[in-house]
Design a protein around this ligand. Structure first.
Ligand code: NAP
Length: 357
């Protein structure tokens, strides 16, 4: 990582005085031995410090929609080229295949368990306190791990328990459970006490819901994972989290073009001529600009890909710096363009998107 880049991240930090502390983990690419007997260049990804003293790599691999038949190879390729952070969830129904890749890369000597940062998420059908650690153990069993680095409440809304992952009535309407996410949070704290998760956090909460947790919790959330990209830059929610010592992870940073409900003809973030023009200026791809944008805002970013060449190029974002001017230009693309609105459950009392942030 270049001095210029470190400088730029420090400047970002000064603009966000209470933002989570950034660790000085930027190093030149380090050779890493492999079972093949020759070194590969696995660049060290910078890390952000969590509020419990642990660190999270600022770039990770997403796995939502990665098919079980593709994800093992994708995660193996990612770890081989330097990714150390993998974002998983029970609801993605592919944790076992992610776990197979982790096992293979530990067994071939590329990494040790402690080099990796593995996140998973508690699904909406397990919100009762007693179900939290049971569900976490199910994820650990799937992944073949003894602990998670980070466990998140996937959404604030609880769904009917002891049923399918997506419980619906005969009219196709989701069936809810009346569980307060504060009870769920107590279950998350149990998971830390039991050593099953090193850190805990939330996903898709609004600022009022976070404040409610902060005012009651014993262990503060370490991370908030939210949809974030130039069409929904989340400036206010990020500032709120950073002021409260909560790191933020940007999901769908490339605009999630493979989201199941995408309609033909809808605008695609990576095809936006304004993003393309900035990418051309830096001789980078639109995806690299979108990933780099989050990193310079001190936001952790988890692009998903199952394509080897994209997994590699999405990682090549530590050799250029977007100017402050270009960051401002990208910020100006915000249009409240939420892609994961889940408005089919907007009558749930904890649906989070009915206030400004
Ligand atoms: P994303 O990362 O914004 O976009 C993924 C899509 O972009 C895939 O279709 C992928 O195709 C394509 N892609 C990747 N790199 C590319 C490149 N360099 N050039 C062109 N296309 C590229 O979308 P996402 O999967 O919604 O979000 C990322 C991750 O965030 C998820 O996988 C998941 O881990 C997490 N997430 C969490 C939540 C939550 O509620 N907490 C919600 C959504 C997502 P290929 O795979 O075919 O290469």
């Amino acid at each position: 990582m270049k001095d210029k880049e470190i400088q730029s991240l420090k400047l970002t930090k000064q603009q966000l005085p209470q933002a989570p502390r950034r660790e000085g983990h930027c190093r030149a690419p380090q050779p890493s031995p492999t079972a093949l007997g020759f070194p590969v260049m696995a660049a060290q990804v910078p890390k952000l410090a969590l509020n419990n003293g642990k660190n999270i790599p600022i770039l990770g691999l997403g796995t939502w929609k990665s098919k079980p038949g593709e994800v093992t190879e994708a995660v193996k390729e990612a770890i081989a080229c330097g990714y150390r952070h993998i974002d998983c969830a029970l609801a993605y129904s592919n944790e076992a295949e992610v776990g197979a890749a982790i096992k293979a890369k530990i067994e071939d000597g590329t990494v040790k368990r402690e080099d990796l940062f593995i996140t998973s998420k508690l699904w909406n059908t397990f919100h009762s306190r007693a179900l939290v650690t049971a569900s976490l153990k199910q994820s650990l069993g799937n992944l073949g791990l003894e602990y998670l680095d980070l466990y998140l409440i996937h959404w604030p809304m609880g769904y009917q328990e002891n049923a399918a992952l997506f419980p619906k009535d005969e009219n196709g309407k989701f069936i809810y459970a009346d569980v307060d996410y504060l009870d769920t949070w107590s279950g998350m704290e149990d998971a830390v006490d039991q050593g099953l998760a090193k850190s805990i956090g939330i996903s898709n909460f609004n600022s009022e819901q976070i404040q409610r947790i902060l005012s009651k919790c014993r262990i503060k959330p370490a991370n908030h994972q939210i949809e974030c990209h130039p069409y929904l830059n989340q400036r206010k929610l990020i500032d709120f989290c950073h002021k409260n010592g909560i790191t933020v992870t940007a999901y769908s940073p490339l605009g999630s073009p493979d989201r199941p409900w995408a309609k033909p003809g809808e605008p695609q973030l990576m095809d936006d001529p304004r993003i393309i023009s900035i990418a051309e200026k830096y001789k980078k791809s639109p995806a690299q600009v979108l990933i780099r944008y989050q990193i310079q805002r001190q936001v952790i970013v988890i692009p998903k890909s199952v394509t080897k060449s994209r997994i590699e190029t999405n990682f090549q974002v530590f050799d250029f710096t977007l100017s402050d001017e270009d960051i401002k230009v990208i910020d100006s693309f915000d249009c409240n363009g939420r892609l994961l609105h889940l408005d089919w459950v907007k009558d749930h009392k904890y649906w989070p998107f009915n206030i400004e942030f």
